[in-house]
Design a protein. Structure first.
Length: 418
């Protein structure tokens, strides 16, 4: 039996994701596909546009055999923590053979070369980055330039989103001494940051932009019936989204839905500042305090705080960490020295034909596997239970803002599809 692991957000699931599952499964000759998926919050510092159970159903409908939840401290972390946390789950199952992902370059050798350098953190690299930042470069540009000089590789490959994430996956495999083999396929269709949906392989960002736009110029029915949606997601996913849009009072979540809650948190912590929260530097904390009187909604406030040395996504993550009470000291505990992450495998969904996979996991697992949250107290250690409880609390906040009447993560059953 060969098992393929994929790390994803599926925010939302689209044609490109289905293509990646099929292509990677064929390339690796895998029998089963395990997805480690962000829960209700994503790496760009925003809530997922649809909740995790709905997105789990999408994945299972289009080739996934098992979907596991990435805990909130990792799903909302930088690329390093996002990758490290997810790899620790796949590694902990003990039976995953491949880690597959899409990349702009499809250059595993080049990404591996960079990953080894990043894993070892040579003084030469940090010195060069400091030199270029001091000369006026942004941190991302300085890092790209320094890596290009050290490796002799084209610097463009260090600034492309999927290549950056792929490199972090490989780095995490090195640091965690994993036997899992990284495998990439070339990203097809629209670019990661393309914001306009066109053709049949549009980016998740462009599909989100279209769906979020319904609040301004289209009704839910018009969005569901639009070819922009039907052409860019698999038929099974289209049916799930159509049903959700047409039969729910509120289904699409955006960061601005959380604006009042964040404003409350910012007011409550203003006097002591915000440096206790993950990703919040003292400079950013001071900037938040100085601009708090201008706060109206999260998206506008993030733009107000944005500067050359602090990227929009970094600010988004920082504000989300304040909102969800994600503390820097807790992240340091959960992530350890980046060679060991606090992990467990919470099952969100599975296909009924995956019983041989589950049997294999039961034979090989090195971390607790949770199918019923009620069992977590019995099988998790103190640190794992803390991480799970913080992830549960964050999902309860999501459900509260979504308007669910039953705010109870323990009442959610594993999604099972044939």
């Amino acid at each position: 039996m060969k098992v393929l692991g994929i790390i994803a957000e599926y925010n939302p699931f689209h044609n490109g994701h289905e293509y990646a599952i099929q292509k990677l499964k064929k390339k690796t000759g895998s029998d089963y596909v395990v997805i480690v998926m962000s829960g209700d919050y994503t790496q760009r510092g925003c809530p997922a546009i649809f909740d995790k159970m709905l997105r789990t159903k999408m994945a299972l409908s289009c080739g996934a055999d098992l979907v596991l939840e990435l805990p909130v401290y990792y799903s909302t972390g930088s690329a390093e923590y996002f990758a490290g946390g997810a790899v620790s789950i796949l590694n902990g199952l003990g039976c995953v053979d491949f880690l597959g992902f899409g990349s702009e370059s499809d250059d595993i050798e080049g990404m591996s070369k960079v990953a080894k350098i990043l894993a070892n953190e040579p003084a030469e690299l940090s010195d060069k980055i400091k030199e270029y930042v001091k000369a006026g470069e942004s941190y991302a540009a300085a890092r790209s330039k320094a890596l290009s000089e050290i490796t002799g590789l084209d610097g463009d490959s260090f600034s492309m989103p999927n290549d950056i994430l792929g490199t972090e996956y490989i780095k995490a495999l090195f640091l965690q001494n994993s036997s899992i083999t990284p495998v990439s396929i070339k990203r097809e269709g629209a670019g990661y940051h393309d914001s306009v949906a066109e053709g049949t392989l549009s980016s998740a960002e462009s599909i989100r932009a279209f769906l979020e736009g319904k609040d301004y110029y289209l009704s839910s029915d018009e969005v569901a019936d639009s070819p922009v949606l039907s052409q860019n997601v698999p038929g099974e996913v289209y049916s799930i989204i159509e049903d959700c849009l047409k039969n729910s009072n509120k289904s699409i979540m955006t960061i601005d839905d959380f604006s009042k809650l964040l404003h409350y948190k910012l007011i409550m912590h203003k006097n002591e500042g915000y440096t206790a929260f993950a990703d919040v530097s003292s400079d950013l904390s001071d900037k938040i305090v100085a601009n708090l009187r201008s706060y109206r909604k999260i998206s506008d406030f993030t733009m107000l705080l944005k500067s050359k040395d602090i990227a929009y996504t970094r600010i988004s993550r920082a504000l989300l960490h304040i909102l969800l009470d994600i503390k820097a000291e807790n992240l340091a505990e959960y992530a350890g020295d980046k060679t060991s992450f606090t992990s467990y495998a919470r099952i969100l969904g599975l296909n009924k034909n995956a019983s041989p996979l589950l049997k294999k996991i039961q034979e090989c697992f090195r971390i607790p596997v949770i199918s019923r949250l009620a069992d977590s107290v019995k099988i998790l250690d103190d640190m794992q239970l803390r991480l799970l409880n913080e992830t549960v609390r964050a999902s309860n906040v999501y459900d509260l803002i979504l308007g669910k009447t039953d705010i109870n993560e323990y009442s959610k059953s594993v999604i099972t599809l044939q």
